[in-house]
Design a protein around this ligand. Structure first.
Ligand code: UT7
Length: 333
């Protein structure tokens, strides 16, 4: 793979945006039949953020502005904006177009990428191709979801799991060998659609009084099936990617997994033989923000000084589709 690349695709800035409003487990106790202790023991979540009165593009545009500020770039210097989301402002135009307009990125094109919780790693692998080929210089990859807009607050098995938030990275070219995206491995299995989906509002079940009455415009999932699938596939794809690049798990400096459930994260790390201190976890404060989890966790890892130039970083996710994948980076900043 490396031989065909012209340039390395390096991450030169990381940023996140989290809404101010906090919804704690105790707040949910007043809405559904649940308890703070059940949520903490089964998921590791203590609280999540909720975005009120604004759409997903608002969070994505905030991330974009922060990324530009971090690199002191003019918005006109951006070439491409990719937004990974399953809660776009509307079916079309794409959220990426709305972000492009909000930040004034006059020279950029863009599109949304739909891969549920794997959206950010899919988008990262996609964005890196444009840098490595030499056709683009600056690609913004953002994961953003307002999960509260598609969460059924009458369904205790899902409403405790999700939160709102966004994060992103700026990808740029590097001629320094060995830095940036090393490799990625992505998978889908559409046969898993029944396990995790939101069926209402598309061409299969266009919005109608009936689809609203049947609560089809919300996420539905078979929790236990998704749980087992997530642990097996996140470990499998991570180990495969590490091995096929001639590396060992011990070589990894930081593992940033999708934050869906603390038990999934810990079981995955154990299966991989990865010590807990190399695993980034912040699900306790933000819950599952779908496209947002990995860049939000990565942003926090950078703020905590957990990455330095030359470190080996692995990002892995599993989500509706089913989708799953891993991206391996040599940290460049
Ligand atoms: O990002 C990808 C998307 N999603 C995921 O990765 C989620 C994967 N799945 C999970 O994280 C877990 O399966 C859940 C957190 C959703 C559920 O945990 P679990 O340990 O698999 O519980 P369960 O579904 O087997 O339910 C155990 C019990 C049930 O009661 P009974 O049948 O034993 O009486 C549920 O009705 O817990 C009950 N329950 C709750 N109780 C209190 C389910 N949700 C709740 C709740 N509060 N919020």
């Amino acid at each position: 793979m490396a031989e065909e690349r012209r340039y390395g695709a390096i991450i030169t800035a990381v940023a996140s945006y989290l809404p101010d409003k906090v919804m704690a487990n105790h707040d949910l106790e007043r809405i559904v039949d649940t308890s703070d202790s059940w949520i903490r023991e089964r998921t590791g979540i203590t609280e999540r953020r909720i975005l009120e009165g604004r759409p997903t593009s608002y969070m994505a545009a905030e991330v974009a502005r922060r990324l530009l500020a971090r690199r002191r770039l003019d918005p006109a210097e951006l070439d491409l904006i990719i937004v990974a989301t399953i809660s776009p402002d509307m079916f079309f135009p794409a959220t990426a177009c709305l972000v492009q307009d909000q930040i004034g990125a006059r020279g950029a094109w863009g599109f949304d990428l739909s891969a549920a919780c794997s959206g950010f790693v899919f988008a990262l692998a996609t964005g890196a191709q444009f840098i490595e080929s030499g056709t683009h210089r600056r690609v913004m990859v953002i994961g953003a979801d307002k999960m509260s807009s598609i969460t059924d607050m009458q369904d205790r098995s899902t409403c405790v799991l999700f939160g709102d938030g966004a994060g992103g990275v700026l990808l740029e070219r590097s001629e320094e060998p060995g830095l940036g995206m090393i490799d990625f491995e992505m998978h889908v299995d559409g046969a898993g659609c029944e396990h995790l989906h939101m069926k209402g509002g598309g061409s299969l079940f266009p919005a109608s009084h009936e689809t609203v009455d049947q609560r089809l415009h919300y996420i539905r999932q078979e929790g236990r099936t998704v749980f087992k699938f997530a642990v097996v596939k996140m470990a499998e794809v991570s180990l495969s990617l590490v091995a096929r690049n001639g590396l060992k798990v011990e070589d990894l400096d930081l593992f940033v997994p999708h934050q869906a459930n603390l038990r999934i994260i810990e079981a995955t790390a154990d299966r991989m033989g990865l010590p807990r201190e190399k695993v980034m976890v912040n699900i306790d404060r933000y819950a599952n923000t779908t496209g947002g989890t990995i860049p939000i966790a990565l942003s926090e890892a950078c703020e905590l000084g957990r990455l330095k130039k030359g470190d080996l970083l692995l990002m892995t996710a599993v989500g509706g589709g089913m989708t799953w994948g891993s991206a391996l980076f040599r940290w460049a900043i």
